[in-house]
Design a protein. Structure first.
Length: 440
């Protein structure tokens, strides 16, 4: 069986062959690919992976054959796409995929995610719905609707100097998700097989394509999160960790509004934020540098307003993008992990925290309730209920037997959801189901 993967990133084994640094994004895809590549020979599966790049040297290579230590090999195909302009659809991409498909002759096309143009382009080029499989990650259509995330109207309507120069204000950012969502639905309508992992994504998949078969497939996370366990004695008391905060949907502003109530009961509390910081320059200049202030987008300016309003400048720390090991260290240092997003399907950061046994609080949105059970795995709250958010965080920071019971339950739950061997076997079952149905 020959399977062609269409990915959003370059896989680590491909990056190693090309002697470049691999992406830390979408670590679950890395985990799944490692398993499949390690067992490809015994499972009699041939694998080829496609990945986006703008590197002309890599694009010129075309087909890249990668030998492995066990004597097997797999194929990688670069294709031209700017993932930072995912709202742009170039018909030329369909021709690129037609060449790749003609060269590899796959039995199954497996697209990971619906967020980028390459999913629709590859499905059109393959033109075989019965052998096409799309794995849902997030849903751009629904993200567009929740993108404002309850920020004030003045912030939503505001255009900073940076926004005007780049022609990229909050409304335009939301509009890009609308465009991506239109293509997302078209891609889903063109296939007969879909994988997902929550009741939420299943409902939308079946609404958009009632003819498609929905296959439950949980995600395998990166190896390092399956070892070690959080300890109350080893964490920093009052340390609150969130994995992202660079655009409204991720909900940093909710947590900042809750901080005064958290500090009343936990005066030592501090927030640590991973990922890209949209206010780093302004913070480093101490708000004195006009150049850095001019670079702020409206949401970044709003975050600074909240930091100053609630006197949080010295209590919020932006630790920047982290690789897998760096994220693990952040989880283990934290007293509580918070997922305050306005919308998520099944956030990998929450799964990682659960695997490590970190006390967790999450907004009750999208697919989150499918993998994180309220009062069993931790605490859920309505996304815009700031008082409830503060109360949940305070309860977790207090610790005690109840918190210890919930975090241990979450760890056991996550070990089932993200079971590496079970998820790998499930993937093979799906492939064989597709192959059998097509043969019949």
């Amino acid at each position: 069986m020959r399977v062609l993967w269409v990915c959003n990133i370059m896989l680590p084994r491909v990056a190693e062959q090309l002697h470049i640094e691999s992406s830390s994004r979408e670590g679950w895809l890395t985990g799944l690919s490692e398993q499949l590549l390690d067992h490809a020979k015994q499972e009699d599966i041939g694998l080829a992976v496609c990945f986006p790049t703008l590197d002309e040297e890599i694009l010129t290579q075309g087909r890249i054959d990668i030998a492995q230590e066990d004597g097997t090999s797999f194929v990688a195909y670069p294709f031209r796409e700017d993932v930072h302009k995912a709202e742009v659809y170039d018909k030329q991409l369909e021709k690129e995929f037609a060449k790749i498909i003609s060269d590899y002759q796959p039995d199954i096309l497996h697209c990971f995610g619906t967020e980028f143009p390459h999913t629709l382009a590859s499905v059109i080029a393959f033109d075989c719905p019965e052998k096409s499989l799309i794995g849902i990650q997030g849903l751009c259509s629904e993200i567009a609707g929740e993108y404002p995330a309850d920020i004030p109207v003045r912030v939503w309507n505001r255009k900073t100097f940076r926004d005007r120069v780049k022609r990229d204000d909050l409304r335009k950012q939301r509009d890009k998700y609308i465009l991506r969502g239109n293509r997302e639905r078209e891609a889903i309508r063109r296939v007969r097989h879909i994988t997902g992992r929550t009741i939420w994504d299943q409902c939308y998949a079946q609404e958009w394509n009632e003819k498609a078969q929905y296959h439950l497939l949980n995600e395998t996370l990166r190896d390092c999160f399956y070892t070690d366990e959080w300890s109350e004695n080893a964490c920093q008391k009052g340390r609150i960790f969130i994995s992202q905060g660079d655009y409204p949907l991720k909900g940093l502003h909710y947590l900042l509004q809750a901080m005064p109530m958290i500090l009343e009961k936990n005066p030592e509390a501090e927030i640590y934020v991973a990922g890209n910081s949209i206010i780093k320059g302004a913070l480093q200049s101490g708000f004195a540098g006009i150049k850095e202030r001019l670079k702020l987008e409206s949401y970044g300016k709003y975050i600074l307003e909240l930091l100053k309003k609630h006197d949080l400048i010295d209590r919020v720390h932006f630790v920047g993008p982290q690789d897998a090991q760096g994220m693990k260290e952040q989880y283990l240092k934290a007293n509580v992990f918070v997922n305050p997003s306005a919308l998520e399907n099944s956030p990998n950061s929450l799964g990682e925290a659960m695997l490590l046994g970190v006390p967790c609080v999450a907004s009750k949105v999208g697919g989150v309730p499918s993998l994180f059970k309220d009062r069993l795995d931790g605490l859920l709250y309505e996304k815009d209920d700031i008082v409830a958010l503060a109360g949940c965080v305070n309860l977790m920071l207090e610790g005690g037997d109840l918190v210890d019971k919930m975090r241990k339950h979450a760890r056991d739950h996550a070990r089932q959801t993200h079971n590496q061997e079970e998820n790998y076997r499930r993937l093979l079952e799906i492939y064989h189901t597709i192959a059998k149905e097509y043969e019949e």
